[in-house]
Design a binder for this molecule. Structure first.
Ligand code: GDD
Length: 315
């Protein structure tokens, strides 16, 4: 069994690589530029990294026809919502073109590859109060260019399954975090600020954006198990929510982190951290995926945040 992970050097990609290795799966991964490699140096001798620019059809075709992976986990993306307002065209092109190049090679060479597409709960965007917990049948009302790019990826995966019978499975993952989370994302950003305050390299103030948003957080180590199950047991052409099934405000999450620290810290609103529009609430219903695969998240949020804070304390 050979699995290709696009985005292997990223946050979720590195955890997925570790998990697949523990299952004795052969792991290969795409890298765009070796100097940007960061999260997988500890397992670099156990995986094979292949230079590939996903936006380049020739590059993707060469890789897939040479390697013929059984499974593709397509995680590579521009994944930070605020960046998508600054670079909307790049976000959409990057996220859609790479996937199309994969699909087109699989289609033209009739590769029997199963493909997981990392879709997002951001696609649901504006959600009415009576629509929570959100099921896969909820309308998609995206509120950022990033969310539109993910909706496009989602629909393309559906369309390539319907049109060409390509084995695609869409995972609509809600917020996920844990060690190695990029510092621009809220959990990691707050944890890093707190760790720096503890070390005395930052004044005792944590800068924050919108604390009223509600998010459904799952540990990345549970999420990558879901990705594996999506291709092992998920139905081709289907989409599945991946979430914990409960949500908290960003303010509550911040206080959970602050409670793990011994230092006294002030909270300072930073207008630059506010977004043109923010998704108010994301709370996922995962019954479809649980019924299909038996998956259930195991790691409580307290543990996840503790591990994340520890990660930043040790850096
Ligand atoms: N990043 C950040 N920084 N967010 C903040 C801050 C801050 O200082 N203060 C408050 N927030 C709020 C944001 O406004 C948002 O409502 C929430 O915290 C979460 O922000 P992010 O961690 O940046 O994640 P996201 O919800 O926008 O998107 C993440 O989850 C999606 C799935 O729902 C990303 O991981 C996406 O790639 C993913 O698809």
């Amino acid at each position: 069994m050979k699995a290709l992970i696009t985005g292997i050097t990223g946050f979720a990609g590195s955890h997925l690589a570790e998990y697949l290795l523990s299952l004795q799966v052969e792991v290969i991964g795409t890298v765009r530029n070796r100097s940007r490699m960061n999260h997988i140096t500890h397992i670099e001798d156990k995986v094979r990294l292949l230079e590939c620019e996903l936006r380049d059809p020739f590059s993707v075709e060469t890789l897939l026809t040479q390697e013929k992976p059984d499974y593709i986990f397509h995680l590579a993306a521009q994944s930070f919502v605020p960046t998508s307002w600054n670079s909307p065209a790049d976000t959409i092109y990057n996220n859609v073109a790479g996937q199309l190049n994969i699909f087109e090679t699989v289609r033209r060479y009739q590769l029997p590859t199963r493909i997981q597409i990392a879709c997002s709960s951001e696609e649901y965007g504006h959600v009415e109060a009576h629509e929570t917990p959100i099921t896969e049948d909820n309308p998609l009302r995206p509120l950022s260019p990033y969310a539109v790019s993910k909706a496009a990826q989602d629909y393309l995966a559906y369309q390539y399954f319907k049109s060409y019978d390509i084995h695609t499975v869409r995972t609509r993952t809600f917020n996920h975090t844990g060690p190695r989370r990029g510092e621009q994302f809220v959990t990691s950003n707050f944890a890093k600020q707190i760790a720096e305050i503890e070390k005395g390299v930052r004044p005792p103030t944590v800068h924050v954006g919108n604390l009223q948003a509600q998010r459904d957080f799952t540990d990345v180590r549970d999420v990558v198990k879901a990705y594996w199950l999506a291709l092992e047991k998920g139905e081709a052409g289907e989409c599945y929510n991946i979430a914990s099934g409960s949500c908290i405000t960003i303010e509550q999450m911040l206080h959970m982190l602050l409670d793990m620290s011994h230092v006294s810290i002030d909270i300072v609103p930073d207008p630059a951290r506010m977004r043109p529009s923010d998704v108010e609430i994301l709370l996922g219903d995962t019954s479809r995926f649980e019924k299909q695969t038996g998956w259930k998240p195991q790691i409580p949020l307290e543990q996840t945040l503790h591990d994340l804070l520890q990660y930043w304390r040790e850096r």
